[in-house]
Design a protein around this ligand. Sequence first.
Ligand SMILES: C[S@@+](CC[C@H](N)C(=O)[O-])C[C@H]1O[C@@H](n2cnc3c(N)ncnc32)[C@H](O)[C@@H]1O
Length: 389
Amino acid sequence: MNIAILGRQPKLGIAELESQYGSAVSWLSVISALIEVDEPLDITKFGGSLKMGKVTHAFEHSDWKRIGKYISNHYSQAWKNVDHKITLGISVYGVSVSGKEIQRTGLAIKKNLKSSGVSIRLVPNKDVALSTATSHHNKLGLSPNKVELIVIRAGDGRTVLAESTGAQNITAYAARDQERPKRDAFVGMLPPKLAQIMLNMAVDQSKPTGRVLDPFCGTGVLLQEAALLGHDVYGSDLSEKMVDYSIANLEWLAATHHSKAKVDVMLADATKDSWSPPIDAVVCEAYLGQPFSAPPASEKLHSVVTTCDKIITAFFNNLAPQIESGTPLCVAVPSWRDNNGDFTHLPLIKKLSSLGYEQIELKTARSHDLLYYREDQIVARELLILRKI
Ligand SMILES: C[S@@+](CC[C@H](N)C(=O)[O-])C[C@H]1O[C@@H](n2cnc3c(N)ncnc32)[C@H](O)[C@@H]1O
């Protein structure tokens, strides 16, 4: 059994996991998920999770005194014969405890093991939970001598203890985002983490790989992430510059990340041109309209919504007869946030079935909760998880 500490928008993180593992996924607390599968999960493949771990124990309560005592007894015993130094971090979520008390538990293990000749390096707890950056930079969870214990209070008052299997590799994400040769802030490049989330919402990691189409490929972030997940990639864009950028970025990826993906990128208008088969999945960030630094006046908003709705409806109409029934899609479309935090959604979302698409409903998150935005953004990305009817 596995746990995941979910990212800044936990509903997106859990929806990504449910898309891969179905009913094995449930909420553990408001920031974490339980994934009832035996094999450990590979955090590098999930953009919506900050840490993952294997459950090793469950407590019927959330009393730190007893939990801390269990941890110090158990690990003092378990590690007394190891022949290497251990780096130990402890992260606690939702249990009432201070960083100092957590540190005391770690120090107790260190003291107990000293007499057995086992040396422990404790990662200091500035806070009750180590930050993703601290866990990542200390390589916690990635080898038997670098351990992070993750303690999570569940929604029902019980507490779960897990051993980390890794934290989000922020260095690798930053490199994939910032080191690629062609970037263009104006097209609003997708963060690689979000591209991974979207791919996982459409494409089953456990099935043989196929060819993923992004008909609004821009600088190619989605194509890059699809290639890294082992798919062949097919991109198109209305802009010649973007086609060139995607090609350059995918060449860079092949050279730096040894991706073996077959790559096709071409110039095409997604509202009227044709793509060649095979198309096993469609994952894209469609036209989002112009960016705003403040909510637009209602007339302006109406005009932007109408333009985006028209272009994206035309795209859906053009694509439907070109893909087979059952083809999975994840399409990011714009949704506009007002000062109260309410959203104006695209009208087409209510008409998806008449366009030839079924919207997939998940158990852990409702479809209208699948919105990605930063606090300063007016234009959010709304993720539509679809199947061609
Ligand atoms: C929001 S951007 C996608 C950015 C991309 N995900 C990335 O990370 O770089 C939308 C892209 O759609 C393209 N576009 C707009 N209208 C289009 C159309 N009718 N057909 C094809 N591409 C279009 C734009 O040139 C732009 O590159």
